[in-house]
Design a protein around this ligand. Structure first.
Ligand code: AMP
Length: 215
């Protein structure tokens, strides 16, 4: 099964992708994670995208399409995939169709996570993740059970994304509305769209996604 998680920043795509990985053995392909890894390791491409990411704008289509093509050629290409944060433009969506077709594969469904825009800024500016296992937390709505200790792996190191500040979030929301939201109509027209309410408890949303995917 190959699916896309589509939704604005802070909709919970990463959290739900992790659930699908744990429970259904799918492989998560997050272009945001790949770009952050490139930026943090200081590759030439990473240096090129750092400013764009910090601002909250989209990096160029050719860069992210290249990253996905590389993954499809490698180990990930042998598994069922969750595309998280990709595609974000119509050009990327067309490129993904072509890349999957080349491999004799196709997209099964696109899960749109709907979240009220006002809730997103609060969600994003409060979030942090365990530096070791990647579990996602929130200052107010999902703090660790024991202060400063990850509930899942016991690590005491946490990270906050440098672009999770209000200014960048506003730019990212603008980019989503202008460049990514048109994908909703694109996938609806192909009969692939499944919309879920992204507000509410993580377990309940995971259950709704499973139902909508027939898992
Ligand atoms: P994310 O972790 O998905 O929120 O992505 C973080 C940042 O990486 C975004 O704000 C963009 O600057 C960049 N990015 C990630 N995925 C894409 C994509 N598919 N197209 C363009 N830019 C992307």
């Amino acid at each position: 099964m190959n699916i896309i998680l589509l939704g604005p920043p802070g909709a919970g795509k990463g959290t739900q992708a992790r659930r699908l990985v744990e429970e259904h053995g799918l492989v998560q392909l997050s272009t945001g994670d790949m770009l952050r890894a490139a930026r943090n390791s200081g590759t030439e491409m990473g240096r090129k995208v750092a400013d764009v990411m910090a601002r909250g704008d989209l990096v160029t289509d050719d860069i992210v399409i290249g990253l996905i093509a590389e993954q499809l050629d490698g180990e990930a290409g042998k598994h069922g995939l969750i595309f998280d944060g990709f595609p974000r433009t119509l050009a990327q969506a067309d490129a993904l169709d072509a890349l999957l077709a080349e491999k004799g594969r196709a997209l099964d469904a696109v899960v749109e996570m709907r979240v009220d825009e006002d809730a997103l800024v609060d969600r994003i500016t409060g979030r942090f993740t365990c530096a070791k296992c990647g579990e996602v937390y929130h200052d107010r709505t999902k703090p660790t059970a024991k202060d400063g200790v990850c509930d899942v792996c016991g690590s005491t190191e946490f990270v906050r994304r440098s672009d999770d500040n209000e200014e960048s979030v506003r730019v990212r929301l603008g980019a989503y509305n202008r460049q990514t939201a048109p994908l909703i109509g694109y996938y609806h027209a192909k009969g692939k769209l499944r919309s879920v309410d992204g507000l509410g408890a993580i377990d309940a949303i995971a259950g709704e996604i499973r139902t909508r995917l027939g898992l």
